[in-house]
Design a protein around this ligand. Sequence first.
Ligand code: PGA
Length: 256
Amino acid sequence: MRIPLFVGNWKMHMTRAEAEELLISLKEKAGNVEGIDVGVCPSFPYLSFATELLVGTNIKVGGQNMAWENSGAFTGEVSPVQLRDSGCSFVILGHSERRHVFGETNEMINKKVKRAVEQGLNVILCVGEKLNEREQGRTEDIVNSQLQAGLKGVDISMIDKITIAYEPVWAIGTGKTATPEMAEDVHAFIRNWFKTEFGKSAADELRIQYGGSVKPENSSQLMAQPDIDGALVGGASLDAESFTQIIFSAAENKQE
Ligand code: PGA
């Protein structure tokens, strides 16, 4: 039985005061949910602050990105060692905004994935096609190449550190969500890919989150799909009530 995982990707939103308000509210509403894993990814300056505020809860803190080196002359970058030191237990890598706004390649993302795992961080590796790629019928090709390249050199012994987030780029922040059936097709494809590469038990245990305009109104239907194991939530995670409703949508469908 896979435990669903819900992560709030705050992106470049929230001041310290706003972050405090949101975290206090989230702590009250969903601080100790059982049978569901919850995480938040504030901006770098607030990671330690969030970790301290969330002591005594089950909510984990993660980075939105990181460098592929542990230290060195990399102005403007944050290393996995520093993420760990700030209380993070996981990191989002290969988010479409990193790929398409900041030009991160599959090769860069692969170096980050390996480094994060080496440093003991869990990884949420994001994959997903752009609208024109979907229209050209290339969704599976794109996801396949992002998985192949992103996980190159990742050994089966490390695979329990990896979660995949399927985020169709055309659904992120646009209000357009993939239908539950469209999402399920790609999730099933990803699980099958893992089965071929890493075997059945790794595939059965792999958590695959959906991301892209997930809201309280659509989360139940998405979570009802057999291969959707939680969500990576942007906009709706900035409101404690919405994020909590999304988290509890899994309770209806995924808990025993
Ligand atoms: P959204 O973002 O929920 O605002 O569409 C999701 C994401 O980018 O992870």
